[in-house]
Write a protein that binds this ligand. Sequence first.
Ligand SMILES: Nc1nc2c(c(=O)[nH]1)N[C@@H](CN(C=O)c1ccc(C(=O)N[C@@H](CCC(=O)O)C(=O)O)cc1)CN2
Length: 285
Amino acid sequence: MTAKLLDGKATKDAIFAELKPRVAALKARGIVPGLGTVLVGDDRGSHSYVRMKHADSAKVGVNSIRRDLPADITQAKLEAVIDELNADPACHGYIVQLPLPRHLDAGAVLERIDPAKDADGLAPVSLGKLVLGEPGPLPCTPYGIIELLRRHDIPIAGANVTVVGRGITVGRPLGLLLTRRSENATVTLCHTGTRDLAAEVRRADIVVAAAGVPGIITPDMVKPGAAVLDVGVSHVDGKLTGDLAPGVEETAGWISPNPGGVGPMTRAMLVTNVVEAAERVRTPA
Ligand SMILES: Nc1nc2c(c(=O)[nH]1)N[C@@H](CN(C=O)c1ccc(C(=O)N[C@@H](CCC(=O)O)C(=O)O)cc1)CN2
């Protein structure tokens, strides 16, 4: 078997085509959606992700508000930038690019984001809403994974899903999302304490590999025909490397490549969250 492609780039383009008329409708009401980004330091990967987020925004007519800050910024100065974006009516949603330098308290920063402007769905109020099943912005990577599966007609309800990795941006919120009534999957969340990873992966209809360990998922672990999504990001010899070992595509039924799979979907859902935040703005009757 050679797996069919879960093409994140093409799916992102389809989502953007759907967003454009929604942005035009907002503009007709005098609202130009605005995405803010807060980027601290010089990490090349983070700079590249933020650049892509603004390029995406421009494609659908969303305004960019950039705050690029020095690596040695103090917590107080960073929090002042957060307060400024909370108060800026042109900014409908914003993100703080993660990870932050180690001297900064990322939890305190996320907690300070106005929940109505949390474009990443990673602030405590948004994650609490996800736990409670209340409407709110969804974390972009898990949201993107669900959209990628849904738009390729891969059944989620009743599926056994094994998620490898319990990080706060992917694994943990993805487990919450997939077990909502609307998704109805059965989820196994694996991590470094999992005793028999191969056994947990082998019984999955859908595998989400978000461990950040190159090649951790090998072909013998994958049930024939399963959908396998590669979310891992590592750099080996300067090259972006995912969590799938060579040959997984011969066993899987569907595969999301890396790059070109979940990454572009993360960006698509970020722009979606900003457009939705702008749509919630009330204009005088
Ligand atoms: N505040 C946040 N920080 C981080 C998040 C997040 O969702 N919110 N996730 C990751 C990084 N990330 C988004 O910020 C992200 C990673 C990758 C991509 C992407 O499109 N990747 C491309 C490849 C790009 C390359 O070649 O380097 C792809 O997969 O095709 C988008 C967003 C951690 N931080």
